[in-house]
Design a protein. Sequence first.
Length: 87
Amino acid sequence: MVLWKVLMDISGLGDHNKDHRMDLDDGTDDEMEVEDGDADVEASEFKEKVIAMLKERNFYEKRSSKLTQEEFLYLLSRFNIAGIHFS
């Protein structure tokens, strides 16, 4: 009898088989606002900056795996100075 009462109390709390993860959604979609023109310009400027860094010491035509350790560290330091950081 006591077990039946406990089960009835629990079942009264709600549908225990229902997936409650979806209940956390408030129904609104959060969207990022991106202005197409600005994103393209920023990407283009970044690409130009990277290409300029690579051409500075003739690294543009080289593969990173073919650089000596000293060349690679120099290039990495030049990127860091330019504000481009790798992690």
